[in-house]
Design a protein around this ligand. Structure first.
Ligand code: CUA
Length: 356
């Protein structure tokens, strides 16, 4: 949880009393912490880094510009009228001359809004079709995204890779476009897939398949979140899109496709701590008897930077705390605490940390 930790400790050092200034300060510190890690902030919808997000951003700027112009014109005229024609001391108390109806004015304030709405409708339709009807090239990377309460399952259709909460995708450039096509499904309730700097929100609906695509134009980690209220831990249904160079992506794929070391060994002492536990009813570790499908696939658990679909670093300490009492770290989540001794827990964590 490096970002949260940084802004958290910053909070205690900021001496300002004014809540607005304090929020602004925190925002700057938060932004600084993010920049330092070359991480793309969750909320930065005005810095799109993929075509679908750019299209949406351009449309929102056009809409904002039109609305701002209307605000300035209407507000300006009102302010002018109030200041110029307002009651002044010594004015006569009699009513001013009353004006009823003006054909020109009526036509103007009917036609102008219709034109504005027409322009916005056409611009929206253009962006909608440009994003949704975009033809996928044959070499597009295909990932099926399955929303669960409260984590994300990712299946690389053609690569035989299953992972959770973090996806790796290749960098796209004008010289070498690399598109990633996402097929969105839900295992339970409605969720929303949203990585603000890559694309607009897309609903993830039970019994329905939705599609979207991304072509990230900068290397780095893009943070996203579920954007549709889906229950207790909706806010902790976070995800990361890690955009790799071609070389790094190929390395990642090769590692994911190789059985993780200890899993291949099968029946070592520490692996039995896991493979003989109740955990295997919900989790899969490729090459072992653990083939559960309810929870995240753990075959390459340690290749992920975070756990539990939260910004919690994936390390032995946090894994131990998580397994000991999942409800403490993420109340309401579907993972039960397994009743095991501390010694067993140590062996289980030792095993899990071998799953590179
Ligand atoms: Cu899933 Cu909100």
């Amino acid at each position: 949880m490096p970002n949260h930790a940084k802004s958290g400790s910053a909070r205690s050092r900021v001496p300002w009393r004014n809540p607005l200034l304090r929020s602004l300060g925190l925002l700057l510190l938060f932004g600084g912490a993010l920049a330092a890690q070359s991480m793309h902030a969750v909320g930065n919808i005005f810095k799109p880094l993929a075509t679908p997000a750019e299209e949406v951003s351009d449309l929102s700027i056009l809409t904002l510009a039109i609305c701002a112009t209307i605000f300035v014109v209407v507000g300006g005229l009102m302010a002018y009228a109030v200041i110029r024609f307002g009651y002044r001391h010594g004015d006569s108390a009699a009513e001013p001359p009353q004006v009823y109806g003006s054909r020109q004015v009526e036509i103007a304030w009917t036609v102008v809004p219709i034109l504005i709405v027409f322009v916005l409708t056409m611009a929206t339709a253009r962006v909608d079709s440009a994003v949704q009807d975009h033809r996928m090239p044959a070499d597009a990377l295909k990932i099926t995204v399955i929303g669960h309460q409260w984590w994300w399952e990712f299946r690389y259709t053609d690569l035989n890779i299953v992972t959770a909460n973090e996806i790796h995708v290749p960098l796209s450039s004008i010289a070498k476009p690399r598109l990633t096509e996402l097929t969105l499904k839900s295992a339970d309730v409605a969720h929303g897939f949203w990585v603000p700097q890559l694309a607009g929100k897309t609903d993830v609906i039970p019994g329905r398949t939705n599609h979207m695509w991304i072509d990230p134009k900068e290397l780095g980690i893009y943070l996203g979140n579920c954007s549709e209220y889906c229950g207790t831990q909706h806010a902790r249904m976070e995800l990361r899109v890690i955009v790799d160079s071609d070389e790094d992506f190929a390395k990642w794929v090769a590692n994911q496709q190789t059985p993780s070391a200890k899993a291949a060994e099968g029946s070592t002492d520490i692996s039995s701590a896991f493979t003989a536990s109740a955990c295997i009813a919900c989790h899969t570790v490729g090459g072992t008897r653990a083939r559960g499908k309810m929870g995240p696939d753990l075959t390459h658990l340690m290749s992920r930077e975070t756990i539990a679909a939260m910004e919690t670093p994936n390390n032995a300490e946090n894994l131990r705390e998580w397994i000991k009492d999942p409800q403490k770290m993420k109340p309401g989540n579907k993972m039960p605490a397994v009743k095991i001794s501390d010694a067993q827990l140590d062996r289980m964590v030792a095993y899990l940390t071998t799953l590179q």
